[in-house]
Design a protein around this ligand. Structure first.
Ligand code: ADP
Length: 476
């Protein structure tokens, strides 16, 4: 199959979250399986050109793109993905991508990703490379399925392509004023836009992806169910219910080359299910690094997270003081984000200087050390499309304590961790206390650690599920 991926993020070139990790792994896996894949992303100025040198894209000429009254010259470049050798195509246009961040709240945000979408589709036409599948990701590519079904319906190169949309997080939908319909090149298909919305003065990009994609995936089976309910549907649940037969949840994979204790280059002591000795040494190293005293038999809880409301850590702040006093465990938190949460964890550290360390910031190295050195990992997310850290934790024998939602519900059960149903202080307190009691029962605890370490959430496995979905899309 020829598969075209269009994405706003891809690891290691440009990353804000899980989307980049998926694109960093999935296309390369499909290529390994023998498929012909092309990935398009923007040539953001923040991509490190020294580390990732760009080359010209053979056979592709500059594109003169008109989006309503806006005109852009888009060049093409390629870059090799380290480790996989995959060639990635970049849309080069400094007026659009020469900004500090990957995303902006500038008035032309929709134009930045329309340009990416058209740059990818037009490159296929230029080179006569006819994709079987166009795999779109999040709102940034939300109008591509409609473009394929209208503008390109009779195109000799693109006319037969099937579209698949992956929703990585339903909360980000890309909603823009209705007058910008003139920028989309899809005005001749204005009748195919959601009419009530147009009348309300908006165009929601993700909604149109949901309406017109031939297939829709989300990043875990449970999240794929949740987004069809009013509680988690963010206003799109009724449309997702209408298209239920096309909605599938596929759990993200883990890059075990980077995240497994046997060969993790970022931790001081390697270990494995066969020899757990290194785990305790990593715990000592973690506590030493963070300036906390080590005590044999004292459990260490870890958190690595963006500090935002979604992650539910405000509830941890509510229950932590009482639990720390009564149970005497230690808590290490790595993360940054909202001020109220950063201040909350800083205050907690000040109140419990021998038990709590809050490291404010982003550190991949410390993230690895927490996974390796902690005994338990806390993820009380209010919602979680997939979540990666709980899967990393399982591999490191670090027992996850999670809210039973989205991908957390799909990966953590009572044989490998503790999951609580109700997202409130009582629920989280129960879960932490349950884990602390289990920790004292050494044989049971060891069994849980080993069961988690044996789980396989590799991309090798998950990419085959996508392969089957592509094949199915081609049959209908
Ligand atoms: P989300 O994409 O919602 O942030 P995921 O669990 O899917 O949540 O992925 C988060 C990724 O970002 C993980 O790889 C995690 O280790 C990493 N991460 C989050 N915060 C930090 C931080 N402060 N330092 C290092 N890595 C972090």
């Amino acid at each position: 199959m020829r598969v075209l991926y269009i994405t706003s993020e891809m690891a290691p070139f440009a990353k804000t979250g899980g989307l980049a990790d998926v694109l960093g792994a999935l296309p390369a896996q499909l290529q390994k399986l023998g498929h012909d894949v092309r990935v398009f992303m923007p040539a953001y100025s923040r991509i490190d050109r020294k580390k990732y040198p760009l080359s010209p894209a053979p056979g592709l000429e500059e594109l003169d793109l008109h989006l309503g009254p806006h005109r852009y010259r888009i060049g093409y470049a390629t870059v090799k993905q380290p480790g996989t050798g995959l060639t990635v195509h970049l849309a080069h246009c400094p007026p659009l991508y020469g900004r500090e961040g990957i995303y902006s709240s500038d008035v032309d945000e929709h134009l930045r990703f329309l340009a990416l979408s058209y740059a990818a589709l037009e490159a296929c036409r230029q080179s006569g490379w006819a994709p079987d599948i166009v795999h779109c990701n999040d709102w940034q590519t939300g109008l591509v399925p409609l473009a394929l079904k209208s503008l390109y319906a009779r195109d000799p190169v693109l006319g037969r392509a099937k579209s698949l949309l992956t929703i990585h997080n339903l909360m980000y939908q890309g909603s823009f004023p209705a007058f910008t319909i003139t920028d989309t090149r899809l005005q001749p298909a204005a009748h195919l836009f959601h009419q009530d919305q147009l009348r309300d003065g908006r165009i929601n990009y993700l909604l149109h992806g949901v309406l017109y994609a031939d297939g829709i995936t989300t990043v875990s089976p449970t999240y794929s169910q949740e987004i069809r309910t009013p509680e988690h549907g963010a206003g799109l649940d009724h449309l997702l219910r209408e298209r239920s037969s096309r909605v599938v949840g596929v759990l993200n994979g883990v890059d075990y080359a980077e995240w497994s204790p046997e060969n993790d280059k970022l931790i001081p002591h390697k270990f494995s299910a066969a020899d757990l000795g290194g785990k305790e040494k990593n715990k000592e190293a973690l506590l030493q690094k963070l300036g906390l005293p080590y005590g044999a038999g004292v459990p260490v809880l870890g958190v690595v997270s963006r500090l935002v409301g979604q992650k539910g850590l405000d509830v941890l702040l509510d229950v932590a003081p009482d639990l720390l006093l009564r149970w005497g465990f230690q808590l290490t938190i790595l993360g940054s984000g909202e001020g109220r949460l950063e201040e909350g964890f800083a205050r907690l550290q000040a109140a419990f200087p021998r038990q709590v360390c809050f490291y404010r910031g982003f550190s991949n190295e410390l993230a690895h050390l927490i996974e390796a050195g902690a005994d338990m990992f806390v993820m009380p997310s209010r919602y979680e499309p997939c979540g990666l850290n709980q899967m990393y934790s399982l591999r490191y024998g670090t027992v996850p304590i999670v809210h039973k939602t989205g991908g957390l519900a799909d990966t953590v059960d009572s044989t490998v961790g503790v999951a609580f149903d109700h997202h409130d202080a009582a629920g989280l307190r129960w879960a932490i206390e349950t884990a602390l009691k289990l920790y004292k029962d050494k044989p049971t605890w060891r069994r849980m650690m080993l069961a988690g370490m044996q789980r396989d959430y590799s991309w090798e496995k998950q990419s085959k599920v996508y392969e089957q979905l592509y094949e199915r899309a081609l049959r209908v």
